[in-house]
Design a binder for this molecule. Structure first.
Ligand SMILES: [Zn+2]
Length: 313
């Protein structure tokens, strides 16, 4: 017979005050953290940047993503049952992600997100310590946070049952990063190429739609990706009353106007400041271009591989 103790130490005082309730009832996933190699310089750089603030940083990243993608007074957890019973509900449905594990490991590329084979509600964000090591110290914290927010979006966004264009999925992730005020200095708006080239290229296009059609437009894009498989013509027509090719052209025109206006303002400023300053502006522009190239080399994102990891698993 095991001996059962008859007396226990009982805490006399509450250990800590009861937690205050947040006014937004967002789900709170279990957040976990794994380090593959404590001696890697990228691990050291990451821990030096965040230290004790990591739990807050990760919670804030979840909160930024949910606020931008699902801000509303009412929230309902997504589930097979609610999808079948309320296919046309206008309430935002938040995916039922139950845990997110951040894993620091040495690998090529920047980061990717995947769901576990046995249960897709458990996500893993794999973040490259080699990449973290290469970020200049002055930008390390913001760049790392920006990458984390981007990957966190993949833990919470809808994808039209795996049929959404990869560029739209990546564009939404960078749109959230942009609106979380974590855009890196090398990002710029461009309207050449395809609308769904992804990342900030598509992210800025989505921001144009948000500005033009009103707050909540990209939240509506994400919700539409929950309802059914992606049909390009019907999707954009329903949301914005235009096809996406027309919207992309209109974005290009609006961007050209903005660029012309900025150039004119710069020229006027240069004129009023004299030749010396004008030369300085040209020089600054050259430096900016060089910086862009440097940073692009630091972003070896393998788009195809990331898509495969994300949604083919
Ligand atoms: Zn991504």
């Amino acid at each position: 017979m095991p001996v059962h103790p008859q007396f226990f130490q009982i805490p006399q005082e509450p250990m800590s005050p009861a937690p205050k309730k947040h006014h937004l009832e967002f789900p709170k996933p279990l957040l976990r953290f794994q380090i593959h190699d404590l001696s890697h310089p990228g691990t050291h750089a990451f821990l030096s940047a965040f230290g004790d603030s990591l739990p807050t940083v990760l919670h804030d990243a979840v909160r930024s993503v949910l606020t931008l993608l699902y801000t509303s007074n009412k929230h309902t957890l997504d589930s097979a049952q609610s999808q079948s019973s309320q296919p046309h509900s206008s309430e935002p449905h938040i995916p039922s992600t139950r845990s997110v594990t951040l894993i620091l490991q040495s690998m090529e590329g920047v980061a990717y997100t995947t769901g576990l084979d046995l249960d897709d509600d458990h996500k893993e964000i794999h973040f490259s310590t080699d990449y973290i090591q290469g970020i200049p110290e002055a930008r390390r914290k913001r760049e790392t946070l920006g990458v984390l927010v981007h990957e966190m979006v993949h833990c919470w966004q809808h994808n039209a049952f795996g049929t959404a264009p990869g560029g739209l999925i990546e564009g939404i992730a960078d749109w959230v990063r942009l609106n979380a005020d974590l855009a890196p200095p090398h990002w710029k708006q461009e309207a050449d190429g395809d609308w769904d080239a992804g990342y900030q290229h598509t992210g800025y296009f989505l921001e144009y739609l948000e500005q033009r059609f009103g707050k909540g437009s990209i939240m509506a894009v994400n919700q539409e990706l929950r309802r059914k498989k992606y049909d390009e013509a019907a999707f954009w027509q329903k949301l914005f009353d235009h096809d996406v090719a027309t919207l992309w052209k209109q974005y290009g025109k609006s961007l050209a106007k903005k660029t012309a206006r900025n150039s004119m303002e710069e020229a006027e400023q240069a004129e009023s400041c004299g030749d010396y300053n004008s030369g300085e502006i040209v020089e600054k522009k050259k430096d900016h271009r060089r910086n862009d190239e440097d940073i692009r080399r630091q972003h070896p994102r393998d788009f195809a591989q990331e898509m495969k990891d994300l949604y083919m698993t």
